[in-house]
Ligand binder design. Structure first.
Ligand SMILES: [Zn+2]
Length: 399
């Protein structure tokens, strides 16, 4: 990863970009709106046109074939109107034109919650694949979903006893054309969820349960080695160490440390190969791990900057990143921080708790010496495992 000083330097350019965008919006607003639908490319909505080296702040990922109303255009993005009060932006590459002809608001129908042998579900009947966004609340733990362009005609909510994680569901008609769905969870920690439209076109929220057994040998852990192939990542300041080589070495060490304890480990890559973020995430969605750890090394233009940091996007997944950081700090590394709302792609999935670990700085001579030391590599693997175990103990207490 590159440093954050660079981000600050880029900020004025970003502001200028949004100013320009604003002017353009004023000129184009309300002219020639049309409908598009999302394609099968992990489409996501951005809040605005702001950007940094990892892209703009994301509002939500969407399923494919979700209908969106385009009201403006700027550069590679469309501005879409979600409801009377809400707009967002989406990459033009993530949508295709459609001749959809039904204007919102749409009426919501009945709801059902039920569980099968693996997961809990909430099904909501809707007449169209409308856009949504979600968030994770903590204390109390719940999933909150906004349904845009929807007016309630929900007069029937069936809650079946087969659910194990969903404690309760209800809604508020938050605005005239925006329905807010609440899913209260049984456990304090979030284990992930997925929102999609099922084969009956119902909006479906698949809710992951806290695993019945929280022993490592009963869990599937995904380990991601950052970069690879023609994406070398950062490089060492004194040596020719490439980030992609060391992420793989550390990931394999972590794999061994987890497997010794009986965990089932899934690697996004186990050799020097080029993988897009789309490929990594698609692979992870197929594997459905209980949690994910991604390994990177940091880099700064300031040689003195050093230390370990862990990253999360959703506050519901913060506990894993805190537990891993706390253990990593016992190695005597500088504390570079626990960073939230981070824009890293593998912090994006809501489907499983995930944590990015930036082990240390390749641009700092002291950190670099540690990174190339095989003993340090072993110690880091042990500490990440200990962090995961602390997280599991925390979950156990919340049974
Ligand atoms: Zn990196």
């Amino acid at each position: 990863m590159k440093n954050f000083v660079l981000l600050l330097l880029l900020l004025p350019a970003t502001l200028a970009y949004s100013q320009k965008a604003k002017k353009k919006n004023n000129r184009n607003t309300n002219t020639g709106s049309f409908y598009v639908k999302t394609t099968d490319s992990l489409p996501f909505l951005n809040y605005g046109l702001g950007t940094d080296r990892l892209g703009g702040a994301k509002m939500t990922f969407l399923d494919s074939n979700v209908i969106l109303k385009v009201v403006d255009s700027f550069g590679t993005q469309y501005k879409v109107q979600l409801s009377g009060n809400h707009n967002a932006w989406i990459e033009k590459a993530n949508v295709a034109r459609t001749n959809w002809a039904f204007n919102p608001p749409y009426l919501s129908g009945s709801w059902t919650t039920r569980g099968d042998s693996l997961y809990d579900y909430l099904f909501i009947s809707l007449p169209a694949k409308i856009p949504y966004r979600s968030r994770m609340d903590v204390n109390p733990s719940r999933i909150v979903i906004d349904l845009f362009g929807v007016v309630s005609n929900t007069n029937w909510i069936t809650q079946l006893k087969s659910t194990k994680e969903i404690k309760n569901v209800w809604y508020n008609q938050e605005e005239d054309d925006m329905m807010r769905v609440y899913i209260e969870l049984n456990h304090d920690l979030h284990w992930g969820y997925k929102i999609y439209y099922d084969t009956l076109n119902r909006l479906t929220v698949l809710v992951k349960r806290q695993p019945a057994s929280l022993r490592l040998r009963d869990l599937k852990i995904a380990v991601d080695a950052g970069h690879g192939g023609d994406q070398p990542g950062a490089s060492g300041i004194r040596t020719a160490a490439k980030e992609k080589d060391y992420t793989l070495l550390f990931a394999k060490e972590l794999q061994s440390a987890l497997e010794v304890r009986g965990a089932h480990v899934v690697m996004t890559r186990d050799r020097d190969t080029t993988l897009t973020m789309f490929e990594r995430i698609s692979h992870l969605y197929q594997e459905q791990p209980n949690l994910l750890v991604s390994i990177h090394f940091n880099s700064s233009s300031k040689e003195s900057v050093q230390g370990v940091s862990t990253y999360y996007r959703y506050v519901g997944f913060r506990p894993l990143s805190q537990a891993i950081l706390n253990q990593m700090l016992t190695l005597g590394l500088n504390n570079y921080g626990n960073i939230g709302n981070f824009n890293f792609s593998l912090n994006g999935p809501t489907a499983f708790p995930n944590c990015l670990v930036e082990v240390a700085f390749l641009s700092n001579p002291e950190d670099e010496q540690k990174i190339i030391d095989p003993v340090f590599r072993k110690n880091v693997a042990e500490k990440i495992v200990a962090g995961i175990e602390d997280f599991l103990i925390q979950a156990e207490k919340n049974q």
